[in-house]
Design a protein around this ligand. Structure first.
Ligand code: AMP
Length: 241
């Protein structure tokens, strides 16, 4: 396999922050609270970057769905060694109602659009603890899945995955294209150093069009648009501009 890998990177409240519930009990306080990349997504990025360093894959694309600030999470992935980022902008009430099924549909659509051979996600996001997105993405694409991976070896068109299961470890061999989800012991993610974050941001500024692509989902009108121009065009069509 020497294709493209998509990695899902979710922006979540930092694991070290003490969570506070909003006074009206409608959710948790997020304003002014430190956010970071979901820890299992860091492990997923590390694994993808390692495969690239071993020349077993040709491109690593980090995907984040969420508000504007999710671009910071993509920058961290770029600083760790990802080649490109795709930000699917979903904010406000839309983001609050975005669950694993919607994320899976986005991942599956992007995998087709980008002609990806591998998707690596975290085993779970530490905010919703769903542990569903990898499984649903594999089902939607009808691709094999290697979840809770603690060791991944590419062998031609096959992948050997050692999985962490209740009874210990299980080894499976699956065909590519495939979906993997990263468990805690898969690797130790490299630290995105400040100089690398600066390099990542500079690359991003100078080659914004190439490095980071933003897909806008305009859900209110039940439409999907892919560029700012398309978005403005559609808004004009329905008389909102
Ligand atoms: P979950 O099924 O919500 O526990 O999430 C499992 C994994 O799916 C995460 O570790 C990410 O790799 C991916 N994922 C979930 N939500 C998002 C998101 N908003 N943007 C990008 N990737 C996501």
């Amino acid at each position: 396999m020497s294709g493209r890998v998509l990695v899902g990177v979710k922006r979540v409240i930092d694991y070290a922050v003490k969570i506070r519930v909003k006074p009206d009990n409608t959710g948790v306080v997020t304003d002014g609270v430190k956010h970071s990349m979901n820890p299992f997504c860091e492990i997923a990025v590390e694994e993808a970057v390692k495969l690239k360093e071993k020349k077993l894959v040709k491109e690593v694309v980090a995907v984040s769905c969420g508000p504007q600030q999710s671009q910071e999470t993509i920058r961290t992935a770029l600083a760790m060694g990802a080649d490109r980022g795709i930000h699917v902008e979903v904010s406000g009430k839309d983001y609050e109602s975005l669950g694993p099924l919607q994320i899976s549909k986005i991942m599956a659509a992007l995998a087709k659009k980008e002609d990806a051979q591998l998707i690596i996600l975290g085993k779970q996001a530490i905010d919703d603890d769903c542990n569903q997105t990898g499984q649903m993405t594999a089902a939607l694409l009808d691709w094999p899945q290697g979840t809770f991976a603690s060791e991944v070896t590419l062998e031609g068109d096959k992948i050997k995955v050692v999985r962490e299961i209740d009874g210990g470890l299980e080894t499976i061999k699956i065909n590519t294209p495939a979906v993997l989800t990263a468990d805690l012991r898969l690797n130790t993610p490299r630290y995105a150093t400040l100089p690398n974050i600066m390099v990542g941001s500079r690359k991003l500024c100078s080659q914004r069009q190439n490095k980071m692509q933003t897909l806008f989902f305009f859900r209110q009108a039940g439409m999907k648009v892919e560029t700012v121009e398309d978005l403005v065009g559609k808004l004009k069509e329905i008389g909102k501009v």
